[in-house]
Design a protein around this ligand. Structure first.
Ligand code: MG
Length: 285
């Protein structure tokens, strides 16, 4: 299944791709919250009922809607840093032996085709194309061998980073949480549509059409199953939580001279079989 979350005439909804296009339920038509995180958290029976409703829902022209982040208010957004060897090296870090984890907050999220916001107080606005994992089932001490059964689906993420703020202190949180810097979407593809753990997919980031990052999800140091297992040793994960899996090499900060995103730039992140996330950069008003 391929799903998206949108807004039209001020009403949020969820749409699903069917043979002849897209079908949708809007908030006042649906008995479920129009959020893919909430859908992911339903039981198997509940999800099947939603998919059935969507199948017979009203046709929707997805070229005429505003895209929303697929999950608007995840309970947790846990991000991995330095999860590709060549990216760790370009940042002069050793590849980690334990995932470098940091938190993002929902206030930083934007959807496909919404503007990435370069803040007033910095020009060091960098892109990071990444795979996002949406959990359908939570738990604590989830064994690695069972971890992929906890995944609802996958999406595309641009972990937009304000580098000078990220690197002011050893804690990256502030540089990873400016408003309007976490682009997410447009689609969530259910886990059955891609190889286990979303391996073997090509990830590419383009800035104004120029390829800046190009890698395979096979190059991740910590794969999806191992990451879920390791995080859940410490934290109870919940359905609807989002894990953002880290970026490969080619970020703007590591280039000589650095290449940062400016107002008017177009940044695209594409992951094969999942989707293309596109955002234009705008200055904070
Ligand atoms: Mg990142």
């Amino acid at each position: 299944m391929r799903l998206l979350r949108f807004e039209q005439d001020g009403r949020p909804g969820i749409a699903m791709q069917v043979d002849d296009g897209w079908r949708a339920c809007k908030v006042d038509e649906a008995w479920f919250a129009p959020d893919i995180g909430a859908l992911a958290a339903l039981s198997g029976e509940g999800r099947a009922r939603v998919f059935e409703e969507l199948h017979t829902g009203a046709p929707v022209d997805i070229g005429a809607v505003s895209y929303l982040p697929p999950c608007g208010q995840p309970g947790k957004i846990i991000c991995l840093g330095l999860n590709y060897r060549d990216h760790a090296q370009e940042f002069d870090f050793k590849p980690p032996s334990y995932p470098t984890l940091f938190a993002r907050f929902a206030s930083s999220l934007i959807g496909h085709e919404q503007p990435l916001i370069r803040p007033r107080i910095s020009t060091d606005f960098d892109y990071e194309g990444e795979l996002a994992v949406i959990l359908g089932r939570g738990g604590r001490h989830i064994p690695e061998a069972q971890a992929l059964s906890h995944v609802f689906g996958y999406s595309v993420f641009n972990d937009g980073s304000i580098r000078d703020y990220q690197l002011r202190t050893p804690q990256w949180t502030i540089g990873k949480n400016f408003d309007g810097t976490g682009a997410f979407g447009p689609f969530v593809v259910t886990a059955d549509e891609v190889p286990p753990g979303a391996t073997g997919l090509t990830l590419e980031t383009r800035l104004n059409g120029e390829v800046m990052q190009h890698a395979s999800t096979d190059d991740m140091i910590f794969g999806v199953a191992q990451t879920i297992a390791l995080i859940s040793e410490a934290i109870t994960l919940s359905a609807g939580d989002v894990i953002v899996m880290g970026t490969p090499s080619g970020v703007g900060y590591a280039r000589k001279p650095p290449v940062y995103m400016k107002p008017g730039d177009v940044c695209e992140v594409e992951i094969g079989r999942i989707g293309l996330l596109r955002n234009v950069v705008r200055e904070e008003s």
